[in-house]
Design a protein around this ligand. Structure first.
Ligand code: F6R
Length: 270
């Protein structure tokens, strides 16, 4: 797991958007796994900027979102369909036919979840999966106790997640408006992506960042499953990195990246 510590939120978004841009440039028909929440907002804003200013091309990109609340129609302004259209899709040239967000109004959610997994497989699997992390360590809506082998399914959100999402989106004290259930990719589904990119910022994430990066792999902190993935990158700001024991080493590794590349190039005779 590569840990990149950015000085602040803006630098974090720049690094994360840069990794996604590089993926799109390297493979214009990439399959991107996308997340919602407050954390990726600035990253999406940067991707929109790259599209508008540099012509970053989304026309061959396919997307699969991690999750959606059950019971919210796509037109609801707190649905993840709405969030994605508002922050990214309507500002770039992605083909709407290639966009997938779980359907919170599906009459048969279990059948929908199976279909969603099949669609991901038919698309060739996710090349790069963007992730945030909840205060309880969840990735997507895989709350504590979710099997590390879980697949796309219906989950009941914890009271903490409902409160966090009320505070950030529905309004403080508006917990009763936040749906209690969601369709979410499973941890096993997420681990099948070829590359994982988890982003987090701020003091409120420092404790959980310490747990998932340096603690044991456990279904009680589903983000810790990133330790099992051969190509996962964690980009956090200084505040979220505050409790990491090996912070200096992660910074050192990052500072030596150019040097390492020179050594590898020399060995390869370039
Ligand atoms: C959203 C998602 C969630 C969020 C997490 C962090 O699609 O899957 O796991 O990434 O709850 O949310 P924020 O970014 O609002 O702190």
């Amino acid at each position: 797991m590569e840990v990149i510590i950015a000085k602040d939120r803006a630098e974090l978004a720049e690094v994360a958007a840069g990794i996604i841009r590089e993926q799109i440039l390297r493979k214009p028909n990439s399959v991107l796994g996308l997340a919602t929440g407050s954390t990726p907002e600035e990253t999406y804003a940067r991707l929109v900027k790259y599209h508008k200013e540099e012509g970053l091309d989304f026309s061959k990109i396919t997307t699969f979102n991690l999750d959606e609340y059950i019971g919210l129609p796509p037109s609801h302004d707190q649905s993840y369909h709405y969030f994605m259209a508002d922050r990214l899709f309507k500002h770039v040239n992605v083909n709407p036919e290639n966009v997938h967000v779980p359907m919170g109004m599906a009459p048969d959610p279990a059948a929908f979840c199976e279909w969603y997994e099949d669609e991901m497989e038919k698309a060739g699997g996710v090349d790069l999966q963007l992730l945030g992390i909840g205060g309880d360590g969840h990735i997507a809506f895989n709350e504590p106790g979710s099997s590390l082998a879980s697949r796309t399914r219906v989950k009941t959100l914890t009271e903490q997640t409902i409160k966090d999402n009320a505070d950030l989106f529905f309004g403080k004290g508006q917990e009763h408006l936040v749906p209690k259930f969601a369709i979410t990719m499973g941890v096993g589904t997420i681990l099948e992506a070829k590359k994982l990119l988890l982003i987090a910022y701020g003091k409120r994430k420092a404790g959980i960042v310490k747990k998932f990066v340096e603690g044991p792999v456990t279904s009680q902190v589903t983000a810790s499953a990133l330790q099992l993935h051969p190509d996962s990158i964690v980009v956090i700001d200084n505040e979220a990195a505050a409790e990491l024991e090996h912070k200096d080493y992660y910074k050192w590794v990052y500072s030596q990246k150019g040097e390492l590349q020179k050594v590898l190039d020399r060995l390869a005779g370039n």
